[in-house]
Design a protein. Structure first.
Length: 160
Protein backbone atom coordinates (compact mmCIF):
# COMPACT_ATOMS: atom_id res chain seq x y z
CA UNK A 1 0.00 0.00 0.00
CA UNK A 2 2.76 2.43 0.98
CA UNK A 3 4.70 1.71 -2.23
CA UNK A 4 1.61 2.28 -4.38
CA UNK A 5 0.85 5.62 -2.70
CA UNK A 6 4.46 6.80 -3.04
CA UNK A 7 4.58 5.68 -6.68
CA UNK A 8 1.33 7.56 -7.39
CA UNK A 9 2.60 10.72 -5.67
CA UNK A 10 5.90 10.60 -7.60
CA UNK A 11 4.12 9.97 -10.90
CA UNK A 12 1.75 12.90 -10.22
CA UNK A 13 4.65 15.21 -9.38
CA UNK A 14 6.51 14.11 -12.50
CA UNK A 15 3.49 14.85 -14.70
CA UNK A 16 2.99 18.22 -12.98
CA UNK A 17 6.61 19.23 -13.62
CA UNK A 18 6.43 18.13 -17.26
CA UNK A 19 3.29 20.23 -17.76
CA UNK A 20 4.84 23.23 -16.02
CA UNK A 21 8.09 23.06 -17.95
CA UNK A 22 6.23 22.97 -21.28
CA UNK A 23 4.58 26.32 -20.51
CA UNK A 24 6.09 29.22 -22.41
CA UNK A 25 7.72 31.93 -20.36
CA UNK A 26 7.84 29.93 -17.15
CA UNK A 27 11.60 29.46 -16.99
CA UNK A 28 12.95 31.85 -19.66
CA UNK A 29 11.69 34.65 -21.87
CA UNK A 30 13.08 36.62 -24.78
CA UNK A 31 13.21 40.41 -24.57
CA UNK A 32 15.39 43.04 -26.20
CA UNK A 33 17.48 40.51 -28.08
CA UNK A 34 18.41 38.60 -24.92
CA UNK A 35 17.18 35.47 -23.20
CA UNK A 36 16.26 36.24 -19.58
CA UNK A 37 15.62 33.88 -16.67
CA UNK A 38 12.36 34.20 -14.78
CA UNK A 39 12.11 34.36 -11.00
CA UNK A 40 11.32 30.63 -10.97
CA UNK A 41 14.50 29.74 -12.85
CA UNK A 42 16.62 31.93 -10.57
CA UNK A 43 14.92 30.43 -7.49
CA UNK A 44 15.59 26.89 -8.70
CA UNK A 45 19.25 27.62 -9.43
CA UNK A 46 19.72 29.43 -6.12
CA UNK A 47 18.03 26.75 -4.05
CA UNK A 48 19.96 23.97 -5.77
CA UNK A 49 23.17 25.85 -5.04
CA UNK A 50 22.32 26.64 -1.42
CA UNK A 51 20.57 23.45 -0.35
CA UNK A 52 22.71 20.70 -1.89
CA UNK A 53 24.59 20.10 1.35
CA UNK A 54 21.42 19.81 3.42
CA UNK A 55 20.79 16.30 2.14
CA UNK A 56 24.12 14.74 2.99
CA UNK A 57 26.03 17.04 5.35
CA UNK A 58 24.33 16.07 8.65
CA UNK A 59 24.64 12.33 8.05
CA UNK A 60 28.21 12.57 6.79
CA UNK A 61 29.22 14.89 9.62
CA UNK A 62 27.72 12.54 12.20
CA UNK A 63 29.40 9.56 10.58
CA UNK A 64 32.87 11.08 10.79
CA UNK A 65 32.68 13.51 13.74
CA UNK A 66 30.11 11.83 15.96
CA UNK A 67 27.72 13.62 18.33
CA UNK A 68 29.77 16.82 18.23
CA UNK A 69 28.64 17.20 14.61
CA UNK A 70 25.72 19.32 15.84
CA UNK A 71 28.21 22.04 16.89
CA UNK A 72 30.02 21.80 13.57
CA UNK A 73 26.76 22.19 11.66
CA UNK A 74 25.70 25.14 13.82
CA UNK A 75 29.05 26.87 13.34
CA UNK A 76 28.88 26.24 9.59
CA UNK A 77 25.35 27.69 9.38
CA UNK A 78 26.43 30.85 11.21
CA UNK A 79 29.53 31.18 9.02
CA UNK A 80 27.52 30.75 5.81
CA UNK A 81 25.01 33.35 7.01
CA UNK A 82 27.89 35.77 7.62
CA UNK A 83 29.32 35.06 4.17
CA UNK A 84 25.99 35.74 2.47
CA UNK A 85 25.96 39.22 4.00
CA UNK A 86 29.37 39.79 2.37
CA UNK A 87 27.95 38.61 -0.96
CA UNK A 88 25.24 41.25 -0.70
CA UNK A 89 27.95 43.87 -0.24
CA UNK A 90 29.76 42.52 -3.30
CA UNK A 91 26.54 42.74 -5.31
CA UNK A 92 26.08 46.37 -4.23
CA UNK A 93 29.65 47.22 -5.28
CA UNK A 94 29.10 45.57 -8.65
CA UNK A 95 25.81 47.41 -9.12
CA UNK A 96 27.52 50.70 -8.25
CA UNK A 97 29.95 50.06 -11.12
CA UNK A 98 27.15 49.18 -13.54
CA UNK A 99 27.76 45.43 -13.45
CA UNK A 100 24.65 43.37 -12.83
CA UNK A 101 25.15 39.67 -12.11
CA UNK A 102 28.22 37.54 -12.50
CA UNK A 103 29.11 37.19 -8.84
CA UNK A 104 32.65 36.09 -8.04
CA UNK A 105 33.89 36.36 -11.62
CA UNK A 106 32.73 39.95 -12.11
CA UNK A 107 33.91 41.08 -8.69
CA UNK A 108 37.33 39.45 -8.93
CA UNK A 109 37.75 40.77 -12.50
CA UNK A 110 36.84 44.29 -11.36
CA UNK A 111 39.11 44.24 -8.31
CA UNK A 112 41.97 41.86 -9.11
CA UNK A 113 42.08 41.45 -12.89
CA UNK A 114 41.54 38.70 -15.44
CA UNK A 115 44.01 36.11 -14.11
CA UNK A 116 42.57 36.03 -10.61
CA UNK A 117 39.01 36.01 -11.96
CA UNK A 118 39.89 33.00 -14.12
CA UNK A 119 41.25 31.20 -11.06
CA UNK A 120 38.13 32.15 -9.05
CA UNK A 121 35.78 30.80 -11.71
CA UNK A 122 37.87 27.65 -12.12
CA UNK A 123 37.74 26.97 -8.39
CA UNK A 124 33.97 27.50 -8.35
CA UNK A 125 33.54 25.06 -11.25
CA UNK A 126 35.63 22.46 -9.41
CA UNK A 127 33.57 23.07 -6.27
CA UNK A 128 30.27 22.62 -8.13
CA UNK A 129 31.46 19.42 -9.79
CA UNK A 130 32.76 18.00 -6.51
CA UNK A 131 29.52 18.95 -4.73
CA UNK A 132 27.48 17.13 -7.36
CA UNK A 133 29.74 14.07 -7.09
CA UNK A 134 29.63 14.06 -3.28
CA UNK A 135 25.85 14.43 -3.33
CA UNK A 136 25.46 11.50 -5.71
CA UNK A 137 27.82 9.22 -3.79
CA UNK A 138 26.30 10.14 -0.42
CA UNK A 139 22.74 9.72 -1.69
CA UNK A 140 23.47 6.23 -3.02
CA UNK A 141 25.42 5.29 0.12
CA UNK A 142 22.60 6.42 2.41
CA UNK A 143 19.82 4.94 0.23
CA UNK A 144 21.52 1.56 -0.08
CA UNK A 145 22.41 1.33 3.60
CA UNK A 146 19.13 -0.54 4.07
CA UNK A 147 20.18 -3.27 1.63
CA UNK A 148 23.09 -5.64 1.30
CA UNK A 149 24.90 -4.43 -1.80
CA UNK A 150 28.46 -4.80 -3.00
CA UNK A 151 30.74 -1.81 -3.33
CA UNK A 152 30.91 -2.26 -7.11
CA UNK A 153 27.09 -2.33 -7.25
CA UNK A 154 26.93 0.95 -5.34
CA UNK A 155 29.50 2.55 -7.64
CA UNK A 156 27.52 1.37 -10.66
CA UNK A 157 24.45 3.12 -9.28
CA UNK A 158 26.43 6.31 -8.65
CA UNK A 159 27.78 6.36 -12.20
CA UNK A 160 24.41 5.54 -13.70
Amino acid sequence: MKFAVLALVNLSLGILFIILLKKRGLVTYFQGGKVWLTWLAVAIITLMDELTSVFYAPAEAYRFIGPSAIFFITFTAIFIHYMTTRLVEIAEILEHHGIFGGGVYSFSYLVLGPTVSFIAVSSIMVDYILTACMSAVSAIENATSFFQMSHSGKMSLVLW
